[in-house]
Write a protein of this length. Structure first.
Length: 312
């Protein structure tokens, strides 16, 4: 249950002065001594009269709840949260075959993390672009996660002329998203090297992303085992692309940190789009208003009949 005007619940505190005034109003007559009547037990009618003000207090509480607008979303009228269109732009140059851990290469670790990232999607369309000297669009944004998983599982370097075309890899990913009407459109570009292709420059591709209002998260894969290899990362460029498109640059130096990067990107994007909501509600305010009216009517009825005071 939720309240459309939760601050109105504060009106329930008015029940405190109402109860106090009711207690004062129920006082009897002042007499010099109660000794003569001390042994007389109060009648059932008198004892019941003491609880009549409770109906007035409950009326105030119920009325406050009614004003706050209690309602409950109908389970069969849920509006799903909006999905995200994501294109994964992956560097598959020969340097991605370098050792990342003693047990796997950079590309192998990337494949594992990306496959897990895809498995956790729900209502998000995912596309895949790979690049070396040139770019190759492997799959347009799709909800067929099983097919995407198979595609990523089979990725190997050497599909294209070797090199690192960050600009063309980004440009190809943007081309997939330019007609998308999703609430959020993003590119996640991963590379372990510097741009060295003669096609579109990364700066030009970044400007295109800005004009299309597409965020570009960039990931630089660095190496803890052979730190000297990290000099190939153009951190300044990758950071500039992310900043220019209002996204974030990340570095990953292990499979776990790479997993954390994709998880953080997912969290950042989830915060930008709508979550599940209800399009119809069961309104409970009339029921609480009716309960308040019933409490007042019951008090008046009792005071006018069974608990009516005899005329002085």
């Amino acid at each position: 249950m939720e309240f459309t005007e939760p601050l109105a619940l504060a009106l329930a505190f008015l029940a405190v002065p109402v109860a106090f005034l009711a207690r004062r109003g129920s006082r009897g007559y002042t007499v010099p001594s109660t000794a003569p009547v001390a042994a007389i037990r109060p009648t059932l009618r008198l004892r019941a009269a003491r609880f009549v003000p409770v109906f007035r207090v409950l009326a105030v509480v119920f009325l406050a709840i009614a004003i706050a607008g209690p309602r409950e979303g109908d389970a069969d009228a849920v509006v799903p949260g909006e999905g995200i269109d994501i294109v994964l732009s992956l560097d598959i140059s020969s340097s991605m075959d370098e050792e990342f851990t003693p047990d796997e290469t950079r590309l192998e670790a990337t494949r594992d993390v990306v496959r897990e990232f895809i498995r956790t999607r729900q209502d998000d369309r995912v596309g895949v672009v790979v690049f070396q000297q040139e770019a190759l669009a492997i799959s347009p944004p799709s909800l067929d996660y099983e097919a995407l998983d198979s595609i990523i599982e089979g990725l190997e370097s050497g599909l294209l002329t070797d090199g690192t075309g960050i600009g063309v890899g980004l440009g190809s990913a943007l081309n997939m998203l330019q007609d998308s009407t999703a609430a959020s459109r993003v590119v996640i570009l991963l590379t372990d090297g510097e741009h060295n292709a003669t096609s579109i420059t990364p700066e030009e591709a970044a400007e295109l992303a800005v004009s299309l209002k597409i965020r570009v998260y960039t990931i630089g894969v660095v190496d803890q085992i052979n730190p000297g290899i990290n000099s190939g990362i153009d951190e300044e460029l990758l950071r500039a692309i992310a900043d220019r498109t209002e996204a974030t640059y990340f570095e990953a130096d292990s499979p776990q940190s790479l997993q954390d990067v994709y998880s953080e990107i997912d969290s950042l994007e989830r915060s930008r789009v709508g979550r599940e909501s209800f399009e119809s509600f069961t309104e409970w305010a009339p029921w609480f208003a009716g309960a308040a009216a019933s409490m007042i009517a019951l008090e008046l009825l009792l005071r006018g009949t069974l608990l009516r005071r005899a005329p002085a």
